[in-house]
Write a protein that binds this ligand. Structure first.
Ligand code: MF3
Ligand code: CO
Length: 249
């Protein structure tokens, strides 16, 4: 069942989204060679508590950290750890913020120092793919239009879209209906309606789209060891189109 949100609920989620966006902007300043994802996770924990917010991922299905921090060939759900980031790495920091019971979810990939041309291209295409998906979020379109726009663009740039992890409805819990794949066919899937709130979070790989799971049961990585990037926003559907709950601008 897809739960439609009232304007009040959407406004509450927007407040959570504003805190999350501010937090990402602070993380952007912290990322440099030598910092660890452990330190970033602690920063996020402190930042949220200073803003009377909580990290919803902590304790979710036994997950232990405020953030997911996925480095290089890790696609998603990497554990924060004490190894320093190095020049040329990329790191995706993903978090769900709870503010007064309302949630917002956003992931961002950060380059560490100077990265290769190939990596720059990966980041640029992945971010652009997110916004191509968001453009499709107008009432009357279908969920398949989002995935189709993303997949067509990513593949035209010679990169691949991960299939095993998808966007999701979000409200008072992290994962609700609808499912939002980042691939698919136009005109297919549920119709997009005013009051829906869901994430769009394309994970894009330089090499093959397939994933493999680490022994920790959480962290997914590329099967060929090539880099993977991800940008995620939480989107509310208004009668005029998409409102980006986690907008950083
Ligand atoms: N933020 C993640 C998403 O985009 C949810 C991760 S749940 C966790 O779907 F427990 F792994 F953190
Ligand atoms: Co997320």
């Amino acid at each position: 069942m897809i739960v439609l949100k009232s304007q009040r609920e959407i406004e509450a989620m927007k407040k959570a989204g504003e805190i999350l966006a501010l937090c990402h902007k602070e993380i952007a300043k912290l990322i440099k060679p030598g910092i660890t994802t452990w330190e970033i996770d602690q920063f996020v924990d402190d930042f949220l508590s200073k803003h009377q917010a909580t990290p919803e991922q902590k304790g979710y299905k036994g997950y232990e950290y405020a953030t997911c921090a996925s480095i290089n060939d890790e696609i998603c759900h990497g554990f924060p750890r004490k190894d320093p980031l190095k020049t040329g790495d990329i790191v995706t920091v993903d978090m769900v913020v709870n503010y007064n019971g309302a949630l917002a979810d956003s992931a961002w990939t950060y380059p560490v120092g100077k990265v290769s041309k190939e990596t720059e291209h990966l980041l640029k295409v992945t971010k652009e793919a997110l916004y191509k998906g968001i453009e499709q979020c107008v009432p009357g379109n279908r969920i398949g239009d989002i995935g189709h726009a993303i997949q067509t663009f990513v593949e035209s740039e010679g990169l691949s879209v991960v299939r095993d992890f998808i966007g999701h409805g979000i409200g008072s819990v992290i994962h609700e209906k609808p499912d939002v794949p980042h691939y698919g066919l136009p005109g297919k899937g549920a119709r997009i309606k005013e009051g829906m709130v869901f994430t769009i979070e394309p994970m894009v790989n330089i090499g093959k789209y397939q994933t493999k799971m680490d022994n920790n049961g959480w962290t997914a990585r590329t099967i060929d060891g090539k880099y993977s990037a991800q940008y995620e926003h939480t989107i509310a559907i208004t009668k005029d189109g998409p409102m980006i709950i986690t907008d950083q601008d």
